[in-house]
Design a protein around this ligand. Structure first.
Ligand code: ATP
Ligand code: MG
Length: 417
């Protein structure tokens, strides 16, 4: 794939508006905010499309178009302002990306985002990638999806094989952070859960005995060049990412190698442009290292890659900017071991449920603690309010500092490291 027309678009190049080149993002959440920061550091102007006047990215962007994601006037304004557009959440309407792509380069493209939006399509894509990679030794070797069944009709519900239970019923679309998921132990619970979910299209996945979870982030350019970060080891609590550990030895090297190869194959197969994250489960299959199961992909930078801002010479957001704008994609180098602790709204409440301000004084006094808050005014339980990156010269120190920070803030998840 060659550079689309209009690229390369270096900062300072006059755009249609007469100002420096502008990069746009669909969605104004924290991922958009960190994208805006990275783009602005390179001298780009930025435009965010998000209906929320208080959105984290809208607050810090040069332009904030406050319309719905399918609003024709809003999309036209974004296309006029920008030299290229990216997205920061997977539920942006694929049709909106198509409309933009008719006018300007959009990365990732609508087709890749559409796959990631729908668990049924996503699983077919993984399976198709595995089939294609079959001829390339090692490409997706040993990496499969969790056993699953599609449930769109009552007949499909009734035909669910018993070996998929206990399982997790997941809505095919619009799920995130464990939302739209119900754990079901038997057929009766499954039927009740599907009714509760208003019988929208779903996927039932077998509940797997997870040993651990990990993810891989790659960036692929318009020319097909790809770079990647080393796999991250992730700890989830209540279906939400709590901790990411990124350092040598965070997982068995053979598994890390397989997860990386599978992620590259998945990106390659869809002709992906931009930053892509693929999530994996590590399960116990009786072998020494365990086996890898591919869970889902995110067509954007990912929560498990936030450590790259402080621990790598090039962050996942830098690579997002580079990829969409047709700039070179340097292989990132991690210079410090790192642990990321997610800061959910829960931290803003004490054990009795009373509102409190977390003890930032104590946290910021820790050497190697990098606090990132997203500018969200209202703390709610389970809401991602910020994250804390811990870096240090060695793994023992990074773990000790992370434990201290977790103790100060009352954060869960570090026991798993
Ligand atoms: P996000 O978008 O935040 O990653 P999500 O809502 O899309 O989350 P999943 O990634 O599918 O949801 O699942 C969330 C978590 O639930 C997983 O990280 C894992 O801890 C657990 N989980 C999901 N599927 C299974 C499974 N089949 N077996 C065991 N645990 C699972
Ligand atoms: Mg997930």
């Amino acid at each position: 794939m060659s550079l689309p027309e209009g690229l390369p678009m270096f900062p300072g190049t006059a755009s249609a508006t007469g100002q420096g080149a502008t990069l746009g993002v669909m969605g104004g959440g924290q991922l958009g905010r960190m994208f805006v920061h990275a783009a602005q550091r390179l001298g780009y102007f930025t435009a965010v499309l998000d209906p929320d006047p208080q959105s984290p990215a809208g607050q810090v962007s040069h332009h904030h178009i406050q319309t719905g994601y399918s609003d024709a006037a809003g999309l036209a304004q974004l296309a006029t302002l920008c030299g290229a557009v990216t997205t920061e959440f997977e539920n942006v309407p694929a049709d909106a990306l198509k409309a933009l792509a008719a006018r300007i380069p959009v990365a990732p493209g609508a087709a890749a985002v559409a796959i990631a939006q729908d668990r049924v399509q996503e699983k077919s894509h993984f399976t198709a990638t595995a089939d294609e990679a079959g001829s390339q030794p090692g490409a997706l070797a040993g990496v499969t999806c969790a056993p699953y069944a599609v449930i769109e009709t009552t007949a499909q519900l009734q035909a669910v094989p018993a070996q998929l239970l206990p399982g997790i019923l997941k809505t095919a679309r619009m799920g995130y952070d464990g939302k739209g998921q119900v754990r079901v132990k038997d057929a009766a619970a499954l039927a009740a859960a599907w009714a509760d979910l208003k019988q929208v299209p779903c996927v039932l996945e077998k509940m797997l005995p997870l040993k651990a979870e990990c993810s891989v982030i790659v960036a692929r350019g318009w020319d097909g060049q790809m770079v990647s970060f080393a796999p991250q080891f992730n700890v989830h609590v209540d279906g939400i990412l709590a901790v990411t550990a990124a350092y040598a030895g965070n997982m068995p090297p053979a598994l890390a190698e397989r997860a990386s190869a599978a992620t590259r194959a998945i990106a390659e197969h869809v002709g992906y442009v931009g930053v892509l994250c693929v999530e994996f489960f590590l399960i116990d299959d009786g072998s020494a290292d365990g086996a890898l199961v591919v869970n889902e992909m995110a067509p954007r930078p990912h929560n498990s890659g936030h450590y790259t801002i402080d621990a790598c010479d090039v962050s996942q957001f830098d690579l997002q900017v580079h990829a969409m704008a047709g700039l070179p994609l340097p292989q990132p180098r991690q210079h410090s071991p790192a642990i990321m602790l997610n800061l959910l709204g829960d931290v803003w409440f004490d054990a009795q449920g009373r509102a409190r301000t977390p003890d930032w004084q104590a946290v910021l006094a820790l050497p190697g603690a990098h606090l990132h808050l997203y500018g969200k005014t209202e703390a709610r339980r389970g809401r991602k309010m910020g994250h804390l990156n811990i870096t240090a010269a060695d793994v023992a120190t990074v773990k000790a500092t992370a434990r201290r920070a977790a103790q100060i803030l009352g954060l869960p998840g570090l026991e798993a490291l």
